[in-house]
Design a protein around this ligand. Structure first.
Ligand code: BTN
Length: 251
């Protein structure tokens, strides 16, 4: 694995047979400005998903990886970081396997309406003025059962007829993600808005946004340059949703 990694940007790699959570592990390690640490595990005993959900993933068959990165100061469009991660993963999978991956706001990777991968972002460092992030990716490669449950239909690469080498997958994704992280301080999310919108799962469709106080319903108009979700509410103009703890459903 390490032979193919970008060793200019990735200065430590931790591999575990099993760990609580690769995101939680990297949060216990120092985070340096402009340098990445990569953590990969074959299984997690307390894998975390967004919104306090568990992330369940079968051992030795999937991808569970996290990368930590320190920004010197807070990027203006930090709210778009998760969207930028999802975009890199979507483009990587599209280019490598010609699979029609789309992104469900803010950062779920979907194929034909079923979830293939999820992204979890932990942000810290407020007290020092720096901005430390841990980005986590759970990608279903060969998941024998779908006890993850919840509101989703699930998908994995093997179900799409894709055979792949997980080492190649991890190094390809890690290299692409650290390149994005090293650019993000200067280019932010804004420069990626059009690319994200071109892969948006619900663009132009009627959706309901759940978990924003009063339920919001309208036509999804993509995201703006901060990564906020734009919902065209009948007769009331466009509402911006910034809180990524909401969920979006087709109505
Ligand atoms: C989601 O869609 O809810 C996000 C899932 C993120 C799962 C990954 S697996 C590697 C990393 N470690 C964790 O505990 N979570 C992320």
């Amino acid at each position: 694995l390490s032979a193919t990694l970008n060793n200019q940007l990735i200065h430590s790699v931790s591999l575990f047979q099993s760990i609580e959570s690769t995101n939680s592990y990297l949060l216990t390690q120092p985070i340096d400005t402009g340098r990445a640490r990569l953590c990969v595990a074959e299984s997690q005993s307390a894998g975390r998903g967004r919104r306090g959900n568990e992330w369940l993933s079968a051992p030795y068959r999937n991808v569970m990886m996290s990368i930590s990165w320190g920004f010197e100061r807070w990027p203006e469009t930090i709210t778009g970081l998760g969207l930028a991660v999802a975009l890199e993963v979507a483009e990587y999978l599209r280019e490598s396997f010609h699979v029609d991956v789309q992104i469900k706001w803010p950062n779920d990777l979907m194929v034909n309406g079923a979830k293939l991968a999820g992204v979890l972002i932990d942000v810290g460092g407020e007290s020092t003025g720096a901005c430390n992030v841990v980005i986590g990716l759970g990608l279903n490669v060969h998941q024998p059962d779908w006890s993850q449950g919840g509101a989703y239909q699930w998908q994995d690469l093997s179900g799409l007829g894709i055979r792949c080498d997980r080492n190649e997958l991890v190094s390809g994704l890690a290299n692409r993600l650290v390149k994005m992280l090293s650019d993000f301080a200067t280019t932010g999310f804004a420069s990626r808005t059009a690319r994200w919108n071109s892969l948006s799962e619900y663009a132009g469709k009627r959706v309901r946004v759940l978990g924003v106080g009063d339920e919001l319903e309208g036509v999804m108009r993509g995201v703006d340059e901060m990564g906020a979700l734009l919902i065209d509410v009948d007769g009331q103009g466009v509402s911006r949703v910034v809180d990524s703890n909401v969920s979006v459903r087709l109505s």
